[in-house]
Design a protein around this ligand. Structure first.
Ligand SMILES: Nc1nc2c(ncn2[C@@H]2O[C@H](COP(=O)(O)OP(=O)(O)OP(=O)(O)O)[C@@H](O)[C@H]2O)c(=O)[nH]1
Ligand SMILES: [Mg+2]
Length: 393
């Protein structure tokens, strides 16, 4: 009985198969295939179809088999001992060093690969060094000074090995940075007023927030003034920072006169006996005369309320803009006589060499550097730490 079933099944399969071949042959005939190739072509098509189905089946099977494994890695239900272990917190200098990684490789990394394997110091090598220094955003003036020192050393015979070149560059760079490095001292006046200025998007508000947090943590009573009444939601952004830092924010409605905000903030700082008032301002292009004039007006208002203020006109510069930062600094300095610079976004840029150009070419100290978007990512600028982060492996 079973054999009979089996035979019937084979018979119906063959009938189905023949009609399939017949249909395919007819299709090929209508496509213009000559009669003697029609059956062969139909069998070929069937063969390809079967292969395709098998391949899709294998891939499907593989995908199904791999899925549970991925799940295990992405979302372990029970935390294992390894997953529960927190990564070691990085020390301050290690964190600083990590944020300077790109500048390190664009400056010292390239110097090191140039010096590697050299036995003597010649003109060609000094020329190649010059190119590296310029392209790492150290600026023309600094580069000429460094190259001059290297050439003098070579002429005197005191510069004969790659190690000596590296050492000399390191010392000279640190010397340049030390000249314009003075930490901010807010204890010289009360309230000490900081007016933060800069072009759009450089990190002014973020820097105000981070600075407020640091000062508040050091026990200072801080008040923030939302002097950016121009950009929508600028005051809200500052209020969020104020909340994080736990400090009061004086604000007006959008579109209000920034001079009026400065006035109210100065009054509030005096009335509440604040130690520090930090005034955020709207981003402005250094080339727009009327916007720059507005800064003068804000200064006058603050000075009238708190004689001698602002004690610090701080320019925020974005390190990723490279040499353009120098132009901004020169133009802002003409209008508001800058007292200090905060250089943001040093993390993730290869243009960190700009800090050397700023120190060498401007008569304004770099007070802080920004190394990330977090509240703790603002550091007082420390030339020795900067140089060791770049040069020490
Ligand atoms: N990676 C990095 N990002 C930063 C740093 N400082 C600020 N930023 C980011 O830069 C962007 C602009 O920052 P803001 O503080 O709004 O800049 P702003 O100068 O106040 O901008 P405007 O008020 O529009 O002129 C934000 O996304 C910040 O998180 C820094 O040191 N590192
Ligand atoms: Mg802002």
């Amino acid at each position: 009985m079973k054999d009979l079933d089996y035979m019937a099944w084979i018979e119906s399969f063959m009938t189905w198969f023949n009609s399939l071949v017949f249909e395919l042959s007819r299709m090929l005939a209508s496509a213009g295939v000559p009669e003697k190739y029609q059956t062969l072509g139909a069998l070929g098509l069937l063969y390809l179809g079967v292969v395709l189905v098998v391949v899709i089946f294998i891939f499907g099977l593989l995908a199904v088999l791999r899925k549970p494994k991925e799940k295990k890695v992405v979302a372990p239900k029970e935390p294992t001992e390894e997953a529960a272990a927190e990564p070691e917190p990085l020390s301050l200098s290690a964190r600083f060093k990590r944020s300077l990684a790109k500048t390190q490789s664009s400056l010292v990394g390239r110097i090191d690969s140039l010096l590697r394997g050299r036995s003597n110091i010649d003109e060609d090598l000094i020329e190649e060094l010059e190119e590296i220094l310029i392209t790492a955003d150290l600026g023309m003036q600094t580069t000429q000074r460094l190259i001059g020192t290297l050439k003098a050393g070579q002429a005197k015979g005191t510069l004969e090995t790659p190690d000596q070149v590296r050492q000399l560059l390191m010392e000279e760079l640190e010397k340049i940075l030390q000249i314009e490095s003075k930490p901010l001292d807010v204890s010289i006046a009360a309230p000490f007023v900081i007016m933060v200025v800069g072009v759009n998007g450089v990190g002014k508000t973020t820097t105000v927030g981070k600075l407020a947090n640091q000062l508040a943590r050091d026990g200072k009573k801080v008040i923030l003034g939302a002097g950016d009444t121009f950009r929508a939601a600028a005051a809200e952004q500052l209020e969020i920072w104020g909340e994080r830092a736990g400090v009061e924010v004086i604000r007006h409605a959008e579109g209000a006169d920034p001079g009026a905000v400065a006035f109210d903030a100065a009054r509030a700082a005096v009335a509440r006996k604040a130690d520090v008032l930090i005034l955020d301002t709207a981003g402005r292009l250094h080339t727009k005369v009327n916007l720059m004039e507005e800064l003068k007006k804000i200064r006058r208002v603050i000075d009238r309320e708190i004689p001698g203020a602002p004690h610090e006109s701080m320019l925020v510069l974005d390190a990723t803009t490279g040499q353009n930062a120098l132009t901004q600094a020169k133009l802002f300095n003409e209008v508001v006589q800058l007292d200090g610079i905060a250089l943001t976004k040093l993390d993730g840029t290869a243009k960190g060499g700009i800090v050397v150009a700023i120190a060498a070419e401007l008569d304004v100290p770099v007070r802080f550097v920004g190394i990330g978007e977090g509240i703790d990512d603002l550091r007082p600028f420390d030339p020795a730490m900067f140089i060791s982060a770049l040069f020490e492996s």
